[in-house]
Design a protein. Structure first.
Length: 392
């Protein structure tokens, strides 16, 4: 979310004064608790031949009432940030989430984000979590303005995932979308902190922190997918992705930041196929590193484009809703369209019943039968139908 221009003047003023098939998912009024006793075995089924529900901004927690009041004074559109997710382990265990998203900010010296501007403006002291004072990547939405989170550091978020997968070694692979972000310029202009740039040193720290938690056997990396003599793209398009059986209990990372640009170019320095890297990039179609991409709006021409990409062999992430416009407009058609598109990862802000009730809505985005994984409606082989078993 881009904070409005009204923010600069508002913050300055306050300082002076002292965010199945089409239509068969759980829609409003439809039960999401039925469990299927007939689930497809994973034998021979590949990662790109299934579909999973994920949480958008998986870390996100709302600010307290006093801070929300200030947020609304500065930017009425901030109501779109008034949603909160359960802890990461609860999402994996209770909500059948298999795709997560974390927004990352560098903090190589530590302590940069300990005293958010909104806390100063509302007469609160600094955050006391000792992990914030330590060097390392931090997780939040917008420093100073929308900073609350269910796991403040990247390593802590990863440790929570690792603990859960250790207890559930047969789970379908967990995909984690990483968005590398910077401070909002308008918040900085009002007195907020300046996040360090994502230079090569800070990009390397992403890999370092991932590998500090997960062993090589825990990860699905570009090197695991790429075949000798082929580019990464050629490998996934001609040889295919790993099978679910081989990928059980593992974790795969990809960057939200897409297309040509400084972050992708730096991360690929001397590594055109992401040799030795822990994270997949969003390389443009036809580039050596192209393997995973996004098409966040599946409506209109988006659905056909997603279907084209997944049929070709790419992994695609799309979104079934956006807070809070989906709820305000009572437009729940996007969920069915996203699922029918064949996007392997469909993310939502409302993965369980009740999350939208505060807005007088029963919207919830789930797979049919509240499955964690189901056969992909576009790419699955004929033998694959319905929910996919996570048991050996």
């Amino acid at each position: 979310m881009q904070v409005s221009r009204k923010l600069i003047a508002g913050l300055a003023s306050l300082a002076v004064a002292g965010g199945g098939l089409a239509g068969s998912a759980a829609l409003p009024g439809q039960s999401a608790e039925a469990k299927s006793s007939n689930r497809t075995n994973t034998s021979g089924i590949r990662m790109n031949q299934v579909q999973q529900i994920g949480s958008h901004n998986s870390y996100h927690r709302e600010l307290n009432a006093a801070e929300q009041k200030v947020q609304q004074q500065l930017n009425p559109g901030v109501v779109d940030l008034f949603y909160s997710h359960a802890s990461v382990p609860q999402q994996l265990e209770d909500q059948n989430i298999r795709t997560l998203e974390f927004d990352l900010f560098p903090d190589p010296a530590g302590g940069l984000y300990t005293y958010p501007l909104l806390r100063k403006l509302t007469g609160q002291g600094p955050l006391t979590d000792p992990a914030l004072a330590q060097p390392g990547i931090k997780v939040m939405h917008v420093p100073d303005f929308d900073y609350n989170t269910n796991c403040r550091t990247f390593v802590l978020c990863l440790q929570q995932v690792k603990a859960w997968t250790d207890e559930h070694p047969d789970t379908a692979p967990i995909s984690i979308n990483l968005e590398l972000k910077q401070s909002d310029p308008q918040v900085v202009a009002a007195g907020g902190v300046v996040a360090p740039p994502w230079d090569l040193t800070n990009l390397n720290s992403v890999d370092t922190e991932i590998r500090s938690v997960f062993s090589a056997d825990d990860l699905i990396t570009p090197d695991d997918v790429r075949k000798p003599g082929l580019t990464l793209e050629q490998s996934v398009l001609t040889k295919g992705w790993p099978t679910l059986r081989d990928a059980r209990g593992k974790v795969m990372f990809y960057f939200d930041n897409g297309g040509p640009g400084a972050i992708r170019d730096l991360y690929r320095t001397d590594k055109p196929n992401l040799e030795g890297r822990a994270v997949f990039t969003r390389g443009p179609e036809g580039e050596p590193d192209a393997a995973i991409t996004e098409a966040n709006d599946p409506r209109g021409a988006g659905q056909a484009e997603i279907q084209r990409l997944v049929k070709k062999g790419y992994l695609v992430r799309s979104r079934s809703d956006e807070p809070m416009s989906t709820i305000r407009n009572q437009d729940y058609t996007r969920l069915g369209i996203a699922l029918a598109s064949g996007a392997q990862y469909v993310t939502t802000d409302f993965p369980v019943a009740g999350m939208a009730a505060r807005y007088d809505s029963d919207f919830v985005a789930q797979l049919p039968e509240h499955a964690a994984v189901r056969c992909n409606p576009v790419t699955a082989p004929k033998k694959c139908r319905g929910a996919v078993s996570e048991e050996r």
